[in-house]
Write a protein that binds this ligand. Sequence first.
Ligand SMILES: [Cu+2]
Length: 576
Amino acid sequence: MRSPLFLSSSFLLLTLYFSALRVAVSLAPKGEWTFVQNGTTGITGLEVILVSPTLILMFDRVLGDPLQIDGHQAWVELWNLETNTGFPLNAITDTFCASGALLSNGTMVSVGGQASELPPGVTVPPDADGRMGIRIFEPCADPAGLNCTLFEDPATLHLAANRWYTSAIRIFDGSLMIIGGTHEETPFYNTDPENSFEFFPPKDNGQTRFSPFLARTVPTNLFPRGFSLPDGKVFIVANNQSILYDIEAQTETILPTIPNGVHVTNPMDGTATLLPLSPPEFIPEVLVCGGSNFSDATPSEDLSSQDPASDQCTRITLTPEGIEKGWIIERMPEGRMMPEMVLLPNGQVLITNGAGTGYAAVASVGDPIGNSNADHPVLTPVFYDPDASLGSRFNREGLPTTDIARMYHSGVTLTPSGAIFLAGSNPNSGVVENATFNTEFRVQFLNPPFLSRSRPTVSRIPEKIAFNEPFTVDIDIPNDLNTDNLKVALMDMGFSTHAFHASSRLVFMEAQLTGNKKSLTIRAPPNNRVYPPGPAYIFVTVDDVTSTGTRVMVGSGAAPPVQDQGVPLPLASSAA
Ligand SMILES: [Cu+2]
């Protein structure tokens, strides 16, 4: 029979065991995130994409930004993360409300834009119509970007259709799928839609593909939110509807409608992300947050900048069972119009930016604030933990509040340091300085707590990684971190514009530490559908402390179209 002494000593042992566990976990302090303002842009950072480990490319419009090039106003700016200064690049066509993405060879392609209405006194090259615009930024070796240029030849290189407010995503063959766009007749709803897809480099002999889905989702279907899924299909959500699109079979499969009449695309911008994909099955889940549950049959002048934004998030698992269950509803701590979601290397999602009331677009509701259709900027970000249980996924642990509104025409991206870059915000038709919501030039970083402590360092990462192949890197892990909790993320930072982070992606990779914890063997994603071939950053997170991100090329690094060398996962045949 056990004595009370035995019981109490085993209890003591158990307590010690759990204390030790607790110590091992808590040694890595969660800590405080901080907003730090550093530098100012010369254009509004309304489109933001990381194009090298040290360079961010931003696009705006021909509207009188202060940055100058060749004796006229610039609307493209390259930002050096090492000096926190920017300088202009020359473009021919107007990149206002365009999209873009990186191709499989690392080339950045910007697509679409507007037909400029040039303000008096602004001198630019004569053909500034960017609606069919294609602009090419080749990777350039200089970390400071001094010899980098943007290539454009509108007469010979252009889209098949006019596309303003279009989206572009990289797909399994490393090319871009370009989705929908244009709202030329009204400044708010899409009354002149381009209900089609096209590709770059072109498929279908350069013809567009009609999309019944885009036709069904007017007038609230600008900047459709599309994601390349691990079976090669594309998920798209626009307005309050969603589909799976099979690029190869050219078929659309209708998925459940977003509940409660919530509209999630421009001009009623919610945002959406593909949640991190994990081995071995890489089951895709999509999270959609914010937007508006006011009717999109209401004329814009009868809508108000004070209409509360939706606090609804909905999540769907894109398997037959998940689709059968439909969208699962969750609630953010507050409503958000024009939020953005940033995937973090530890698998969390940061929801930032946006407004508590109103809409996107410029000066079109009955009571705009200056030119802003939105009001009550939401100044505190929030985390979404995809792995927590339903009802406890949102938290604000350690997150600060900013005093800079980031609403319409703002951009945000994760950087290789692990800090988040934030720029822009401009609801005005030009540069305005004395409004409630000014044209915003201040750059901010949201710095994670691990920036100020010793972090895991990873070295000897190969420049290129081949699908499904293992590779080994050196790693140095600070002693106070619990290596039982180690994650390796392969990330595309995406292209940020209009509350959407197109092509943003996080694929976790299987990883094995050696006995001495000095090297790490990692297995690359199984194929080009799980991670569309192209540039990526590898981050290693140990005990919630993340290394800096190292750029790699996933796949051959060849220009698209590449031969589809991937083996579709079983999911391919099981999609609804
Ligand atoms: Cu816009």
